[in-house]
Each structure stands twice: as structure tokens, then as C-alpha cells.
Write a protein of this length. Sequence first.
Length: 337
Amino acid sequence: MIVGVTPVRISFAGGGTDLPEYYEKFGGEVISTSISRFTYVIVHPRFDKSFQAFSPDFQKHYKPTHFENIEISDGTEIASSIIKFLNYKDGINVILCSDVPAGSGLGASSSLAVNLVNVIQHLKGVKSESKIIAETAFNIERKILHWPMGKQDEYVAAMGGFNHIKFDRNKVDITPIKMKKSTLKELESNLVLFFVGTTRNSSEILANQLIQVNQRHKQTIDSLDFVKNLAQEMFESLKKSDITLFGELLNKGWQAKKKFSTGVTNKRIDNIYCKALDCGAIGGKLTGAGGGGHMLLYCETRKHKQLIKEMTKIGLTKVNFSFYRNGPKILNLYDLS
């Protein structure tokens, strides 16, 4: 039995510009980090040639099926599509689960895809570079599952770390963000993550955004151009250890993100954000496509007590996390003796 462990992520700036529909024409860039919340893939060999999958998060079970008869089924679609795409015909039981709820804006689905691709390649004895794993997972999600999503989630999960990532038609460039340890620790301490109590299906929001991009909707394109430039500005601020400016740029990015498409925000989310600013937060954003999930806030630690008190009072739950430097790991339980 082996266990794959892969981090989820928080995107700070540039989200949306990692959609191929945008970056293939205009170029995209994001600032993102992996965090200490994970997805898990548990794989156990079978005595026959059947594939079986369990998804506790979706309460789904894919019954034992021979490779030739595998079909993609809701709730276990990541597992079945990857098994078919990678042509893995040995008998296998797969369990997929996560530290975070589905649809919570932390890139869990892509983390699971990267995780399972990495595990299956390991079982096949194939040593793949992180970029190849990321591209494979992305192609499965976009071309087989037809999920309207960007590419940063797979790269953050596969590479790990705090990075400035640039996308264009032919390549992806990853630049690790380097800061003094004390500055990085202060930044980490000033960030507070809350689960807003609802999850959402990002597909509808992103599908609408794709339509707007393809139709060259001026407000959408202008907003994406703005957050792309913001990612570059944030990169420069981090290199200079100006984390106060980082917090202010989070706020600017959120104001622009709300213009991407309908569904990114709503009255409750706007009220939560305004309340957070009243409690001392400098800036923040909903993670992921928007509409629900997690809200990230930048707030000096001396003001955390009041912020957490007020956010808890209106129904939010604080989620502890730290920056995480690594990408996927594989634990072989047979080697633990």
C-alpha cells in the first residue's frame, strides 16, 4: 500500500490570467504558494485486474470494473480518467480524500489530480519531472473532464513552494520568491484564513468568465490585465520585503476580481469583507474562482483577536495553515517496518 500526499494552494494575485483562453493571447502571471493542507491518495493492489475507487468527500464508490469497461463517473471522475489516460491496467483500489472541502477555493481537485498522476507514474516505474506531472494533470482536467479551469493549481501542487509563475502559449516559467526568513514568517503570521461556511461549484463561474474572455468583453479583459500587472507589482513588493504593500495589493486584486464575471461575490461575502476591514484587515480576497469557500485576510497580528472574534461571530471558521515548501510525496507503507 502506498499513500500520496500533495499540498493545496493559496493564490495571492493574478488568478484568472492562468486560463489558456487568456494567457495564450496576452500572457499570464500569478503569485501563489502551497500550504500545509493536503490531499491524499491511498492505493492498494488488488488480486484481480479490476479498478475500484472510493471518494469519502463525495460519498461515492466506483465498483470494481475491468480496465476496458471503466467509465468516468461523478465523484470519482479524477481517479477513473487518470487510470484510463495513463493506461494503468493492474488491479487497484484507490481512495481519494482531502483536508479541505470540495469547492473551497484551495485547488483541492487539481491537487488530487497531480497526486494520483504522481502515484500512478510511480507504480509504473516512470520518473516524471514536476512540470510533466502538472501538464498531464491539467490536460486530463481540461481535455477529458472538460473543466473550465486555469493552470496554476496543477503547477503549485506539483512544484510546491512560494512562486511567481508566468504563462504563455509555449512555456511556463516558475521563479521561487525569496525573502528573509523573518519577513516570510511575519507575512505568514499576518495572513488569516477563514472558511466562510459554504462551498461552490467553480465551473459555472469560470465558464462564464471564459465566454467573456473569448468574446473580448472589455471589463473582463481590463480586469484580467489589471490583476496580471498586480501580480508583477506584488512580486516586486515581496522581493523588497514590503509586506504592507502586499496586503494593500490583495485588496486591489479583490476589487478587480469581482469584475471578472457574475457569481464571484454576493451580498454576504461583501458584508464579510467590509466587516473584516473594519476590524483592521488591510486587504484580502476569496480564494479560487469566488462565490464561496475560503476568505484570506491580511491583518497585523496585534489586531487578530478582534478580527477572529468578529468573523467567528458571523459564522466563519478560522483555518490554521502555514507556508509549505514541498510538492508531492509518496509514502510506501511496506517500507515502514
